[in-house]
Every structure is written in structure tokens, then in C-alpha cells.
Design a protein around this ligand. Structure first.
Ligand SMILES: [Zn+2]
Length: 257
């Protein structure tokens, strides 16, 4: 296994310099003449997969708290208990957006690292991220509107969890964008019932990276994506790549929902 990736994280370069591992696994090639043992990259990748549950937990609890605060304040006003909310609703909504922004960036960075790409975020990646973020802000406007007027049929706490699910989707975005050219991508149905779109992507694969980006990613699809027929919420699908870092099983954070 030989992998070639780019890195500009000083922490990782430092670690590689002090690595006592045998270079038997090969070296990864870098821009600027920096080389890392494959084992160091594999370790960073494994760590990135492991960090996902923490990110999901933190975002779920902070976003859930803000959602409840919003709803309580909106209720005080709609029930005529106060003329103005104790905490301005706009300020809470802005904090919800800030949480989405920060968590999605972290998720994308973790996805890239999991794919073995240790570089900082590029402009192209930021553009993808921005598109997803703006979609979420639009949904959030509808959500906060419903909380003010008592609209919507779904339980609000459950609805807040959709934003957490989108963090998983953003992880896969980073994962795809971090793939080395020439990678072969497979979509695997997770351990649950599948919708038509997931079945289609699973059976059409494996894809070359270029085909996957054009036929799947650029059409708005990824595991857990809202664009799927199942709307992603119960989706437990995952992606694997031939190169550089193999993932043989469904990540544990795709727990049953
Ligand atoms: Zn699925």
C-alpha cells in the first residue's frame, strides 16, 4: 500500500519526525518535500473516525439546548406571559447557526482526515460546505418559524436531531473530497432497511472517484443526506475506498436510530 497525500499540519509533521516506526509500510509523498510514514497517516485516519461520536454528542447537546431555549421563549410570548422574549429569539437563532457552522467545518475536517488527507481546507471544499450550510439555514428558518407559531407535525426535539444527522453527511463530504485521485469508491447499505436511492447507489458501485463525484456527490447525495428518498435520517449507509485507508465495517457511530 503506497499512499500519496498532502499535509500542512505542523503537529502531524512533528509527530512524523519523531516517529520510530519502521518505514516498511512506505512513505506518503507530500508537497514541499515532506514525507510521512503511511502508519502515521493511518493512525490519524483511525483517530478521525473515533472522534466523530464526540462531535455528534457535543453538537446534539448544544443544538438541542438552544432549540429548547428558543421554543420556551417563543411560547412565553405566544401565550402572552411576556411581551418580549427573555432571550431575543434572533440571538438564539444566530447561536444555532454558529453551532451548525462550527460543527460542519469540524465534520468536514474529520472526513478529510479519515480519508488520509491532512491538509487544511481548500476554497473548493469551503464552497461545498457553504452550499450545505445555506441549505441548513433555510430549513432552520422554517423550523424557528414553526416553533413561534406552533406549526409542523413532528416533535421539535426530534426535528432538531435532523441537524445532527446532517453532521454525518458533512463527514462524508469531507471524506469524498479528501480522496486521492484514482480511488475507487463503494457505497454500502447499512444494517437497516434501505430506501430506493441508497439501493441504487450501492448496486451501481464501485465508482471511480470522478464518477462518484459527478453522479452522486454533485447531485446532492451522500450517506445520511437529506436528498435521499429516506431523507437520510434512518440511513446507516457508509462509503469505502480502495485507497488509501480501507474501512471494512460500518462505523460504530451509525448506530440504530
Ligand atoms: Zn442509506
Amino acid at each position: 500500500m503506497d499512499i500519496s497525500i498532502l499535509v500542512d499540519d505542523p503537529r502531524i509533521l512533528e509527530k512524523a519526525r519523531h516517529s520510530h516506526r519502521s518505514p516498511a509500510g512506505g512513505f506518503a509523498g507530500f508537497r514541499g518535500g515532506q514525507f510521512l510514514p503511511v502508519a502515521v497517516v493511518a493512525e490519524e485516519s483511525a483517530r478521525a473516525y473515533q472522534e466523530v461520536p464526540n462531535l455528534l454528542r457535543e453538537f446534539s447537546s448544544s443544538f438541542g439546548m438552544l432549540q429548547q431555549l428558543y421554543h420556551q421563549n417563543a411560547l412565553l410570548v405566544s401565550e402572552g406571559k411576556t411581551a418580549v422574549p427573555l432571550v431575543p429569539l434572533g440571538a438564539i437563532e444566530n447561536q444555532m447557526k454558529a453551532g451548525i457552522r462550527a460543527s460542519y467545518l469540524s465534520a468536514m475536517t474529520l472526513g478529510k482526515r479519515a480519508a488520509g488527507d491532512l491538509r487544511a481546507t481548500t476554497d473548493e471544499e469551503q464552497a461545498y460546505l457553504k452550499r450545505l450550510r445555506l441549505d441548513e439555514y433555510q430549513f432552520l428558518r422554517g423550523f424557528t418559524g414553526d416553533m413561534r407559531t406552533g406549526g409542523g407535525r413532528m416533535d421539535y426535539g426530534e426535528r432538531a436531531e435532523w441537524y445532527v444527522n446532517a453532521v454525518r453527511e458533512v463527514f462524508w463530504l469531507g471524506w469524498v473530497l479528501g480522496q486521492k485521485p484514482g480511488s475507487v469508491i463503494s457505497w454500502h447499505n447499512g444494517d437497516t432497511a434501505h430506501c430506493r436511492s441508497c439501493d441504487e447507489f450501492a448496486s451501481h458501485g464501485p465508482y471511480s472517484l470522478e464518477d462518484f463525484r459527478r453522479d452522486v456527490l454533485d447531485r446532492g447525495y451522500l450517506p445520511q443526506a437529506g436528498a435521499l428518498d429516506c431523507r437520510g435520517f434512518h440511513c446507516r449507509c457508509f462509503l469505502t475506498s480502495s485507497d488509501p485507508i480501507p474501512l471494512d465495517e460500518q462505523p460504530g457511530w451509525l448506530e440504530k436510530r
